[in-house]
Structures are given as C-alpha cells and as structure tokens.
Design a binder for this molecule. Structure first.
Ligand code: GSH
Length: 293
C-alpha cells in the first residue's frame, strides 16, 4: 500500500477552511443561513429549488413523468440553486430545507405551503399526492419502499465516499478509494442480481425506487460520473445496463434530466423550467448562442 500523508488527529477537531478538496469553499461544520435571500416564486402549484445533479434529477424526472400522465397539478417552476456559490445557505432556502441541500420542494397548492426536503421524501410525497409510481398492493409497495430506502442509504457511499475520494479529494488515498470501490461494486452487484430477476426494482412496474436509483447507478454504469467506468468494470453489470437503457429511453426521463442542468452539451441544459415549452425554446444553446462566438 502506498504512503498516505502523515496525520495525527489533534485532541479537538477544528475547521480547516483550506482543506483543498473540490468542495472546500462550501463545506461547513455548522448549519443555518449565511445570508438573507428570499426565494423566487413562480405561478405553478409546485416550486422546486434544485440543481441537475443525481439527487435533483430524481425529482425532475418524477415531475415530468406525472405531467406525461396528465396530472396538471404537477406543473412546476424549477429554480436553479447554485450550490458552488452558496445559494443553499440563503435564508429562504434554509426555511425550505434546514439541511441546506438540493432538492427542496414547496407545494403551494393548498391553503398553506408545505415544504418537503430530502429527495426520497419528495418522491414519496409526490407519489402519494398523485397516486402514481408507488404500488398499492402490499408486496410490491414493500419492495418499492425497501429499494427507495436502500438507495437513500447507499448512494452516499457512491457520491460522498467513492466519488469524493476517487475524483475530488486533493490527493489520492489508496485506503479510502479501495474501501469505497469495494462497497460500490458490492452495491452494483446487489442491483444486478435484483434486476436479473425483475424488470424494475419493485417488480414489473416502474416506480419511484427506479427514479431514485437511475440517476446514480445508471449514470455510473454508463461511465457518466467520476470517469470511473473502466476502473469499476461497469460493463460487467449487464442487468443494470439493460435497466438503465430502458429507463433512459423514456421521454419524461430525457426531459427531467435536462432541468436545472448546468454542465455538458448546452442543448441538454435547461437551467430553469417554468413552462413545458421551455424544453424547445430555453435550453442554454438557444438562450446564449452569442456567448460562444
Ligand atoms: N440526502 C439528500 C442529499 C442531497 C445532496 O447531497 N445534495 C447536494 C447536491 S447533490 C447538495 O445540495 N450539496 C450542497 C452542500 O452540501 O452544501 C437528498 O437526497 O436530498
């Protein structure tokens, strides 16, 4: 094993603001707002404050799926929260999510706005509100909730563990990469075995468990996150690949993954979504074609 930089933990941990990691400028050991900022509110019943990361995409896919089924009450304004600039620490955002992380949802359809934070809770809230993508039959419902909770517990090992140490840490630590690569491959094998016996995670029907899992492990097996496809031999997980492709072909998924996206092909980035027509007229390539030339 290679030598890691020598480190002896002090008696009491103190905050090193210059830790050098990719997110050093936004990571803090304290909660609460850093500045006053009122959140914008659009005209639709649902206000989403988010960013096109895997956790954000879970919710925009769900909203686009609900709209595709004809649920007009699922119309939404998706506002961009720039986490690199610290928008998640604005007072208005913290009122909607005291945990200062995207995605956060405000349902203004009733007499009093209802806040929902944590992507898994948002999926469940929307599934119950509209009666979609959450089976009612007890066995399938239990499978759906089990896989949803599995994802919520597992993805931090992929993102905060493997992704952080493999792609973002200021130096490579073999022990950390090894530990999290092993866990992520184990998780991929869990998924692969399940998807070898079942078309979707909860059974024959596509549910919120798939919507939660696809933006993380689907992106991973396509080599789209952390440039780790080869390192993790993702091609071995054939059932996950089959499931990833089937979900990725859904029109609502194609739309959902564009919302609040700020990276990749400009034609795939819809920074804010306020109308269904925005997908045709307001992508980054169309809003700022002059910026390139
Ligand atoms: N468990 C949360 C995780 C959300 C999360 O980690 N969001 C990240 C972006 S993917 C974030 O907002 N990070 C900002 C920060 O940590 O300050 C959920 O699923 O909603």
């Amino acid at each position: 094993m290679s030598d890691a930089p020598a480190y002896v933990p002090p008696k009491v941990w103190t905050w090193n603001k210059e830790s050098g990691g990719r997110f050093a400028s936004i990571n803090r050991p304290i909660a609460g707002p850093t500045h006053d900022k009122v959140l914008p509110v659009g005209r639709h019943p649902l206000q989403l404050y988010s960013l096109g990361t895997p956790n954000g995409v879970k919710v925009t896919v769900m909203l686009e799926e609900l709209l595709a089924l004809g649920h007009e009450g699922a119309e939404y304004d998706a506002w961009l929260i720039n986490i690199g600039a610290g928008d998640q620490f604005g007072s208005g955002f913290v009122e909607v999510n005291p945990n200062s992380k995207i995605p956060a949802l405000l349902d203004r359809s009733g007499p009093k706005p209802i806040r929902v934070f944590e992507s898994g809770a948002i999926l469940l809230y929307l599934a119950e509100k509209f009666g979609e993508f959450l089976p009612t039959e007890p066995t399938a419902r239990a499978e759906c909730l089990s896989w949803l909770m599995w994802l919520m517990g597992s993805a931090p090992f992929l993102g905060g563990g493997f992704g952080h140490f493999y792609a973002y840490a200021p130096f490579k630590i073999e022990y950390a990469i090894d530990r999290y690569a092993m866990e992520v491959k184990r998780q991929l094998d869990v998924l692969d075995r399940r998807l070898g016996e079942s078309r979707f995670l909860a059974g024959e029907a596509y549910t919120i468990a798939d919507m939660a899992t696809w933006p993380w492990y689907g992106a991973l097996v396509k080599g789209a996150v952390y440039e780790a496809g080869e390192f993790l031999s993702v091609k071995d997980y054939k059932n996950v690949l089959r499931w990833t492709d089937e979900i990725g072909a859904r029109p609502a998924v194609k739309r959902g993954r564009m919302v609040n996206r700020t990276f990749g092909d400009p034609a795939s980035q819809l920074h804010e979504r306020h109308e269904a027509s925005d997908f045709d007229t307001k992508t980054a390539d169309k809003l700022a074609p002059a910026a390139a030339g």
